[in-house]
Design a protein around this ligand. Structure first.
Ligand code: OSB
Ligand code: MG
Length: 370
């Protein structure tokens, strides 16, 4: 494998329904699709999961674009990469900006898997022949609308329902869902909207037997998460706080969480995501695959990652049709009535990217020589 260039394309895709979290509301996604070519004109795809605004973390599609063009490209060009597994280390000098680095890293993994004529999920070491799927439901205009959405997803067969919460839209929502669905696997995601001063509120959640409370406190507050976890029975799951294997180790050592959500972009690609997963498996910490409202390209990478042995809990990897009128991959991602996805058998990400559709959606493009 001799890398030749990175192609960046920004596309815009309107969401079927707005997605609202404690940090804001998204109605259309600006998505960066990355393609890395080698000298034989073979290529692999990646998707940058950075948001439109720096609200989930510090990155945006625009910062990621700049980092890739001005820093990832030149460093990779000088590094003379021969294997996908070397990319993470080559880019280690770039601090943070993991979604930028991860988009390129993942594309190189796809390229390498295609050259090896192997499905990406097997190429990265995945073994699960079927992955469990949950859904993430945003904040809604009313409790009735939320209940309607939950009902639809439970009936579709999803194995776990997660709802977004924020101050004053929390316990009430959970109580309403629990009274209609006493048995379902249910969790909440606060996206860092609370502080340790809310400990009494979190004690109240214990009565609802949630699978987990995701990221209640600020990303850097591992110590406060540990203090909170000591006060409550419900497992804390960390999302925003866990960027690296070192973060996972430190969170585990001080007791900040019992579950970890791994996101491919947040970890900076398959190498680090797999490493966090491996560490967690050794310590019996269940992990699951988080989502960032990805198009089919990112979704396909999430499916591949979810086949690693440690991904024992249902992830936020759900059907394309929950997000898009028409995805950019063929076939779109579909979920069985048992709430599962079967990883594809074709080489690389295993889904055909609809190039003419991508081209029709392009808003900006740039090539980076390697
Ligand atoms: O915290 O998991 C999150 C979406 C955007 C940013 C952060 C998060 C989310 C989701 C959606 O929960 C998951 C998905 O369905 O892709
Ligand atoms: Mg989350």
């Amino acid at each position: 494998m001799k890398l030749e260039r990175i192609e960046l394309r920004e596309i815009e895709l309107p969401l079927k329904w707005p997605f609202e979290t404690s940090f804001g509301r998204t109605t259309r996604r600006r998505i960066m699709i990355v393609r890395v070519f080698d000298e034989s004109s073979a290529f692999g795809y990646g998707e940058c999961t950075a948001g439109e605004e720096p609200f989930y973390n510090h990155e945006t599609i625009d910062t990621a674009w700049t980092i890739i063009v001005n820093h990832v490209g030149p460093i990779l060009a000088a590094a003379r990469i021969h294997k996908a597994d070397e990319v993470n280390e080559a880019l280690a000098r770039i601090r943070g900006n993991r979604m930028a680095k991860g988009a390129v890293e993942a594309a190189i993994w796809d390229l390498e898997a295609r050259l090896a004529e192997t499905p990406l999920w097997k190429h990265i070491g995945g073994t699960r022949e079927e992955i469990g799927c949950g859904v993430s439901i945003g904040l809604q205009s009313s409790t009735d609308v939320l209940l309607e959405k939950v009902t639809r997803e439970v009936e579709a067969g999803y194995q776990r329902i997660k709802i977004k919460i924020k101050p004053a839209q929390d316990l009430r929502l959970v109580a309403a869902i629990r009274s209609r669905f006493p048995e379902i696997r249910l969790s909440v995601d606060a996206n860092s909207a609370y502080s340790l001063a809310d400990v009494d509120l979190f004690k109240e959640f214990d009565q609802f037997k949630l699978m987990m409370i995701e990221q209640p406190l600020a990303p850097g507050d591992l110590l406060d998460h540990a203090k909170l976890q000591r006060e409550i029975d419900t497992p804390i799951c960390l999302d925003e706080s866990i960027l690296t294997t070192a973060d996972a180790r430190q969170a585990h050592e001080i007791g900040s969480c019992k579950i970890i959500n791994i996101k491919l972009g947040r970890a900076g690609g398959h190498h680090e995501a797999r490493s966090i997963q491996a560490f967690s498996a050794r310590r019996d910490i269940p992990v699951w695959c988080g989502g960032m409202l990805e198009s089919g390209v990112g979704r396909a990478h999430n499916i591949a990652m979810s086949t690693l042995e440690g991904f024992t809990l249902p992830g936020d990897v759900s059907a394309s049709s929950r997000y898009w009128e028409e995805d950019i991959i063929d076939p779109p991602v579909t979920v069985s009535a048992r709430g599962t996805i079967t990883p594809p058998t074709g080489p690389g990400i295993g889904y055909e990217v609809n190039e003419s559709r991508v081209e029709s959606l392009v808003k900006r493009r740039e090539d980076v020589r390697l």
